[in-house]
Design a protein around this ligand. Structure first.
Ligand code: FE2
Length: 158
């Protein structure tokens, strides 16, 4: 693993959109029957939610999340990373925050924190990890901090 802690503590602020990926909740609430089928299909076939949603709905939780955040008046620096968290190379204005969100999304799935609906963690291309200065998902490096923040946030709601 490469990179120094200070740089990534600063970059971590860019990963905040990862906590705002609420598009799935909107989709599940609006289309419960279809969503149940999609989730079962992803679980049974180890398919990616993003891909199956696009196939079935012609859109995904990522786009719904972006629209939701825009509707709340949140800035593009949060909306774009949410919109492209499965396709980080598509980001135009905030590519670094989008790549960080992409990696963070995969990390929390790998760590089984929360329920994004993904049956399997989204793959992160080596090229993206390399651009962020990592050889692999930096779970070990950030595990304690992520869990502390996750459980603190959950304690506010539960
Ligand atoms: Fe996602």
């Amino acid at each position: 693993m490469r990179g120094n802690g200070k740089d990534y503590c600063q970059l971590d602020r860019g990963a905040q959109p990862g906590k705002l990926l609420s598009g799935s909740l909107v989709v599940y609430n609006k289309f419960p029957a279809e969503s149940e089928k999609i989730l079962a299909r992803c679980k049974d076939n180890k398919e990616y939610l993003f891909d199956v949603e696009r196939e079935v709905f012609g859109s995904s939780h990522a786009k719904v999340g972006e629209k939701l955040l825009k509707g709340w008046g949140l800035p593009s620096s949060l909306c774009e990373p949410v919109s492209f968290h499965h396709r980080p190379k598509k980001a135009k204005e905030f590519p670094l925050a989008t790549k960080i969100t992409h990696v963070a999304d995969s990390m929390v799935d790998e760590m089984n924190l929360g329920t994004s609906g993904e049956a399997v963690a989204n793959p992160v291309k080596a090229e993206i990890l390399d651009e962020l200065g990592f050889d692999e998902l930096p779970i070990e490096k950030f595990e304690n901090e992520i869990k502390d923040q996750y459980y603190t946030a959950m304690s506010l709601f539960l």
